[in-house]
Every structure is written in C-alpha cells, then in structure tokens.
Design a binder for this molecule. Structure first.
Ligand code: NOJ
Length: 528
C-alpha cells in the first residue's frame, strides 16, 4: 500500500502552522502501524507555493517551510529502517516562475537562447496583443501570459498549461531533458525508491503550437499525449533500471482512452499509473464493475499492476463525494453548495475501502482517508489558496477542502497538528477533533480501525497477496468476487440488506453484520 503524504498538512513539528518533514518523521510509527509499504510525498522542494508546491523553484532543495535536505535524508533513512520506501514527486511539465531558468528567460530579449527552454511566442494582432493560441488552462482561463519589459512595454507571451506562475518547459530542448535526468539521479542517489510523475502526458508539444482542431488523431494533439513523450519515459526507465535496486516510475496519466493510457505502461516505460477511471467512477454497482473489468483488461497486455485509488490531494474526499446525488468525480463539475449526506457518504467510503483493499494490484491511500475525513467545504474565502478556485473566478471551490491539516488529538491546539497555538495554514473545522487519530484508535468501530484491520488482512491473507480474481454471481446491485481459494468480497450498493453467500466466517465488515445479512451500502470479506 502506498500512502500519499501532503507534507504541508500532515504534521507540524516546529509549530509554525505548516506541516514539515520532521512532523512526518515523528509520525512514522503511526504509518508503520497502518501498514504502509511506501510513502509518496507531494512536492517538498523549494517553491513559492503558487500551486501547492507544483511550482518548483529548486528541485535539489527542500522548501524551508518543510525543512532541509538533511531532514529529507533522515526521513528517507528512518522510513527505510521501518521497511517503508519513499517516492518523490517529479514535476517535469513546468517549473515555478521563480526558477532560475525562467528568471533568466524573462530578463533576456526575444530570440535569446535563454527563452528556448520555455515556450515564448509573439502575440497575434497588430501589436501582439492577442495570445498566440486560444487554448484553455487546466485551471481555467488562458494558457498564455504576456511579459513586460523593465519599462512596462508589453513583450512576448509565454505558455502555461496551468497557472501563470507555472511556465511550461520546452521538452525539445536538450538541457530540459538533461536537467530532469540529473534530478532523477539526485533523488535516487538519496534513497528515493521511485518517482511519481506529474502531468506525465503533457510534456511534449507540437513546436508549431497550432490552434486546437475538432479532432486530433491519437498522438497528434498539440499538447496532450503526443507520441514522442514516450521517448522521455524510455530514457527514465533506463536510469531507474541502472540502480542495483531498480527504482519505480509512477505516472499521473489522465487519459480517457484505455488504449492510449496503457502505452505508458509498456515494458520499457513506467511501472504503473494511477487508475483515474476507477477513482472518478460513480458509486454504482455496474459502473464500478465495469471500471474494474476494464482495468483488468487494459493491464492484461502489459506487465504493470493495476492500481486502486479513491482520492488524492486534487479530488473531493470520498466521504463527501459518495454522499451526493452524483457520486462521480469531474473537475469541471465542482460547485459550491452541492447537498451531501455525510452519514451515507461515510458508509459508502468505508465499503469502498474494503472493495479497493480486496482487489489485486497496488493500493493508494491519501492521507486522512483512513480517518474518514470529509471535504471541508466551508473554508473562509480569505483562506482559500488554490489557483483552481481563484482562476475560476470563485465558481470552482478548488482543492483546499481536501488539504486541511490532519487532526491527531481530540482537543488541544490545532487538534495536535502543531501542538502549538499557531494558526494552521488552512483552518480546521470545529468538529475536527471527532475525526482525530486519538479519537479513533481505541474504537473498533472507527474508520481508522477498519483501515488498519483491512490492511493487516491484505498482508496476511494468502488469497489477497496473489493475483487470482474471479467475479461471483450476485443479485442486482451487489458485487461479489472471489480472491484465491477461500476469500470472497461482497459489496452491497443498495440500501436494503442482502443475503451473504455461504461462508465459514466473516473476516471483516464495513458495517455491523447481523446474522447472514449484509446491510445496505456496506462491504464484507468472507472466508468461503
Ligand atoms: C497534478 C497535481 O496533482 C496537481 O496538484 C497540480 O496542480 C497539477 N498536476 C499541476 O502540476
């Protein structure tokens, strides 16, 4: 199981209201007890934090808010001593506008080679006042920002598929390629077991930067999933494989077509990629069944394990998402004020935890999901930081609501996040203490206890360690599958109880099981 740490919000050792690496190190026993095999850290590098660290100013330095390089080295070593590996986040599509390359490029004249590491272009129109293309940013708004000279005279435009503080790199430039390879080695040499690759399908661009057409043949879109992007990962795979203990490449690849997705998982490319098809699927029996089936079919042709992901630092927390009328996830559909039944969402999120932990492949858990944290939807406007919110003109709630600092203690300052009275960087809701680790750990009915027990069984049950999987017949609204010889997972998507299939014992249930009936919105693992 790979556990995702959002360092800013995990634990704050120096008491300044921002999580840090020493905070994570102090909580390694908690992570070991949960049964973590590896930690994936969202970017911890020096960054102005215009996009939660996905705007990197220096890949070889830790952001002072999080600690030092020595802290990172100690954390990697201490985690390894507990059998926990470390995965760092690599952000190759763009850098921070404060990265020395971009600072140099901005200071240079149009046509200067310093600008070639990015996408600088003259504007259209009589005086260059129109952006070179009408593309839309992943964070809404334009993908181009116009530069100005020291005297304020408007100049060229530069491309940013995300926020304007995140200029896109030109991957046709040999120095861009070389620098990232050096950064990979830098972290591998410091003991990182792998990298999570941000926006992995967006690096390659058509150098002509043409306007978008109605339809693009696969591999020819101007800035998404171009065929030549695979050359980058083939080179990276060679570097990963050159280590005595080969390092792992994990892709953030958002693509609707399975056929295009699995190309990133060919033998000489990445080891795995996040399963966003599953993560965005609605909590509905046939949709989930179909996503699982598609996942298996897609991975059949490649030597990469399927992955199971319920959320991450970009996604509405499952407890909230599954409590809504529309339980699917779509960035474009996020709005304020969507009614949510949190009790229902929690029942479903607990069932989803058992479902994903029972599937063969690699399981990812985002920090706080093991506590059943809901999305914090009522953050004060002034506290919101996410460019997705601000660039949408305030219509998109953004992603701050799943990034609120974790509650460790029932009471006390910051619910134990800092242990000091410092204001956390995002405010915690008044009832946050009821979700705290302290409040849940002694309670066998808590979500934390459910996760701990499910993850323990996932490690100890032979049936769950293998890859054997078969659907079992079940009534409408119920999913059932067999793992190995003797384990069955049953998920009831309906609201009424259903009969469990014959079994010798119930190993674990997401809700209390009375007799041989599985309650509605619940899952169970059976010894069969
Ligand atoms: C994907 C990351 O998960 C997200 O948080 C970030 O904003 C974008 N890539 C841009 O780096």
């Amino acid at each position: 199981m790979i556990y995702q740490v959002y360092p800013r919000s995990f634990a704050d050792a120096n008491g300044d209201g921002t999580g840090d690496l020493e905070g994570v190190r102090s909580r390694l026993p908690y992570l070991a007890e949960l049964g973590v095999d590896a930690l994936w850290f969202t970017p911890w590098y020096r960054s102005p934090q215009a996009d939660g660290g996905y705007d990197v100013a220096d890949y070889r330095a830790i952001d002072p808010a999080f600690g030092t390089l020595a802290d990172a080295e100690r954390l990697i070593a201490d985690a390894a001593a507990l059998g926990i590996r470390t995965i760092v986040d690599i952000v190759p599509n763009h850098v921070s506008a404060e990265h020395p390359w971009f600072v140099e490029a901005l200071a240079a004249e149009p046509g200067d080679p310093a600008r070639d590491r990015f996408w600088f272009r003259d504007g259209l129109g009589e005086s260059g006042e129109i952006a070179p293309t009408a593309w839309t940013s992943s964070f809404s708004g334009p993908t181009w920002t116009r530069t100005a000279g020291p005297d304020g005279t408007p100049g060229q435009w530069y491309l940013h598929l995300f926020a304007s503080e995140q200029p896109d790199l030109n991957w046709n430039h040999p120095e861009v390629m070389a620098e990232h390879e050096a950064v990979l080695r830098f972290w591998y040499d410091r003991g990182a077991a792998g990298v999570r690759i941000d926006s992995a399908s967006m690096l390659a661009k058509d150098p002509e930067l043409p306007e978008l057409a109605e339809h693009h043949e696969p591999g020819t879109h101007p800035h998404l999933d171009r065929d030549e992007v695979h050359d980058v990962y083939r080179r990276w795979r060679k570097i990963a494989d050159s280590y005595p203990e080969p390092r792992v490449l994990i892709g953030e690849v958002w693509l609707p077509e399975t056929e295009r997705f699995v190309r990133y998982l060919r033998d000489d490319e990445m080891h795995m990629a996040f399963n966003f098809d599953f993560m965005t699927a609605p909590w509905a029996c046939e949709a989930i069944r179909s996503s699982i089936t598609t996942t298996f079919e897609a991975h059949r042709g490649v030597d990469a394990p399927p992955t199971w992901v319920l959320s991450n630092h970009d996604i509405t927390r499952p407890v909230t998402r599954y409590g809504r009328e529309d339980t699917s996830f779509d960035f474009a559909a996020k709005r304020f004020g969507v009614p949510t039944d949190l009790a229902l969402g929690r029942r479903r999120a607990r069932a989803a935890a058992l479902l994903t932990a029972a599937l063969p492949g690699v399981l990812y858990i985002y920090q706080g999901d093991e506590l059943g944290l809901p999305e914090v939807e009522d953050l004060p406007e002034g506290a919101r930081q996410d460019p997705m919110h601000h660039r949408s003109g305030g219509t998109d709630p953004g992603r701050d609501g799943c990034r609120v600092p974790l509650p460790w203690t029932r009471t006390g300052p910051n619910h134990g996040f800092s242990g000091t009275a410092a204001e956390p960087w995002l405010p915690q809701p008044a009832d946050w203490g009821s979700h705290a680790v302290e409040a849940q750990q002694g309670d066998p009915a808590s979500t934390l206890s459910l996760y701990r027990e499910a993850l323990r069984l996932r490690r100890t049950e032979a049936a769950l360690r293998g890859t054997d999987f078969a659907w079992r017949e079940s009534e409408p609204g119920v999913l059932a599958f067999r793992r190995g010889e003797d384990l069955t997972c049953v998920v009831n998507f309906g609201d009424a109880p259903v009969d469990l299939p014959d079994h010798a014992a119930v190993l674990i249930g997401s809700a209390e099981i009375q007799g041989d009936r599985l309650p509605g919105e619940a899952a169970a693992w059976l010894r069969t």
